[in-house]
Structures are given as structure tokens and as C-alpha cells.
Write a protein that binds this ligand. Structure first.
Ligand code: NDP
Length: 260
């Protein structure tokens, strides 16, 4: 019915070809979220690393659109907005998930400037440019929505951060797991997201940070404590429950607040 269609959301996920991003696409399209258009972005849609996503997209051709996007490249982001704009139209974009990320595992003494620039390009400038370039679509969704207050079903940006970006956590865990460039980048992503939350609060666009848990993906490794389906199921539950109270919050996959 028209009422049902009005409740459906348009979603964009970065880094959707493997790991948590792919699992998020899979669970969203299998019905855990009522999705109208699901824009699944990845760097190389035609390459072997995107085969699983392409299979999923072929099973749900009305919902999933695979769009090329390298979040570290502003011109690639601008091309993506063209395609995404044509897909979502005047409904706008209800939910942007900044999931794409890389890890560089070095200590202070062996980290180079190139390491820091590389990780900032993807983990910080990527989400920043995604927010800036997709803002017109988020604004359109916020204006079109009949939902009062803030919601991930109205207009929201979820940035996938990490416990490793917590200053408080780093005091305890740095000596066991240094990953300095990664920690610094996720900490910067946290600040970026809190600033965006404050700057756009009056437009009722929700910004929030999620720690997915330590998850068995290429990045998390085999020894991680949970699998991607569990992490994503819980993150989707947390996202669904968000209101203006969670604007600028840093939550884990259980919905618990993570210390800055
Ligand atoms: P994976 O390494 O399994 O997947 C990373 C994804 O990001 C891939 O799809 C990759 O694409 C994509 N990506 C990387 N760089 C870019 C770029 N420049 N442009 C577009 N896409 C890019 O990681 P996870 O799925 O485990 O991680 C997803 C998010 O969760 C990350 O932000 C990570 O920091 C965070 N996280 C993960 C944890 C874990 O335990 N797994 C713990 C805490 C946080 P490609 O295939 O082209 O490389």
C-alpha cells in the first residue's frame, strides 16, 4: 500500500562488498529493515572481490543497486552522488552508513607520514566527504519524512568506529595492541561525527557512532569473538532504536555507551 511504501527507507552503505558492509546489505534486504532503495557501494563492482555482492544484487534487483565508490577519492564520491541521486529522487537518502575502513597496525616508532595520510584519507576524510556530498539528499529525506524528532528511518548518518578509537580504552590496551594509525583515525572520526551532530542538529539529521564488536572478518581476523551476522543483527537493532538522545553518541553493538 501507499502507506507502507511511505515507511520504506533509502539506504547507502560504503564498503559493501565484504565483511560487515556485505552482511549489512544481506540482512537489510532479507527484511530486517523495510528498504526501498539500497545503494551498496564498493571500489570495484566488476572485480572478484564484489562477486558475493553482485549475486545478492541479482536476487534483489528492485532494491539493491551496486555503485562504484572509493571513499578516499572525492571525485569518486561526486560520481557516486550522481548515481545515487537518480536512484533516490525526491525521497532523498534516509540512512548513510559510513562503514568502509582500513587498518594499519604499526606503533609510534614505525608509523610513517604516508601511513597516517593513507589511513586518514579512508577513515576520516572518506566519511567527512560522504557527509558533505550527501547532505542535500539527507536534508531532502529529513524534510520529506513525517516522523517527528530524529530517527534512522528519517535522516541519519551512522559511522562505524571502533573501541580502539577510545582514548580511555587506549590507556589500558595500547601495550597489547598498538595499531596507532588506526586508533588515531577512529578517534578523529569520533570527533568529526560529534561535530557533525552538533552542526546539523537543527535540521534533525541524526549522527551517531557504532563499535561493531571484535568481529571475524578480514580485518577482525579468525580469533575475533563474534561473527558478522551477530554483530550486524545487533547493530541494526541499536540503529532502529536511536532517537535524538543518541545524536552524537558512541555506542557498541549492544547499545551500551563507549567511553571517549
Ligand atoms: P573488512 O576489511 O572486512 O572490509 C573493509 C571494507 O571496506 C571492504 O569492503 C573494503 O573494500 C572497504 N574499503 C576500504 N577502503 C575503502 C575505500 N577507500 N573506498 C571504499 N571502500 C573501501 O573490514 P570489516 O568489515 O571488519 O570493517 C568494517 C568497518 O568496521 C571498518 O570501518 C572497521 O574499521 C570497523 N571495525 C571492524 C572491527 C572488526 O573486528 N572487524 C572492529 C571495530 C571496527 P575492498 O574490498 O575494495 O578493499
Amino acid at each position: 500500500t501507499e502507506e507502507m511504501a511511505a515507511q520504506k527507507v533509502n539506504v547507502l552503505i560504503t564498503g559493501a562488498n565484504r565483511g560487515l558492509g556485505l552482511e549489512m546489505v544481506s540482512q537489510m534486504v532479507k527484511g530486517s529493515v523495510a528498504v526501498s532503495k539500497l545503494i551498496a557501494c564498493c571500489r570495484d563492482p566488476d572485480g572478484p572481490g564484489a562477486e558475493a555482492l553482485q549475486v545478492l544484487a541479482k536476487q534483489h534487483p528492485d532494491v539493491i543497486s551496486v555503485v562504484r565508490l572509493d571513499t578516499s577519492d572525492l571525485s569518486s564520491i561526486k560520481e557516486c552522488t550522481q548515481q545515487a541521486g537518480a536512484l533516490v529522487g525526491s525521497e532523498g537518502l534516509n540512512l548513510l552508513v559510513n562503514n568502509a575502513g582500513i587498518m594499519i597496525n604499526t606503533t609510534l616508532l614505525d608509523t610513517t607520514c604516508e601511513d597516517m595520510q593513507k589511513i586518514f584519507n579512508t577513515n576520516v576524510l572518506g566519511p567527512m566527504n560522504m557527509i558533505k556530498e550527501f547532505l542535500p539528499f539527507l536534508r531532502a529525506a529529513a524534510k520529506a519524512s513525517k516522523i517527528s524528532g530524529m530517527s534512522t528511518r528519517k535522516a541519519a548518518v551512522i559511522c562505524i568506529s571502533s573501541l580502539l578509537g577510545s582514548v580511555e580504552g587506549t590507556r589500558q590496551t595500547y601495550e597489547y595492541f598498538s595499531v596507532l594509525p588506526y586508533r588515531v583515525s577512529k578517534c578523529a572520526l569520533n570527533m568529526l561525527t560529534v561535530c557533525a551532530a552538533a552542526e546539523l542538529r537543527k535540521e534533525e539529521i541524526l549522527f551517531s557512532l557504532l563499535h561493531p564488536g571484535w568481529v571475524r572478518t578480514d580485518m577482525g581476523g579468525e580469533k575475533a569473538s563474534i561473527d558478522a551476522p551477530e554483530s550486524v543483527q545487533r547493530m541494526l537493532d541499536v540503529m532502529a532504536s536511536m532517537t535524538e538522545e543518541q545524536n552524537g553518541a558512541f555506542l557498541d553493538y549492544h547499545g551500551q555507551t563507549v567511553a571517549w
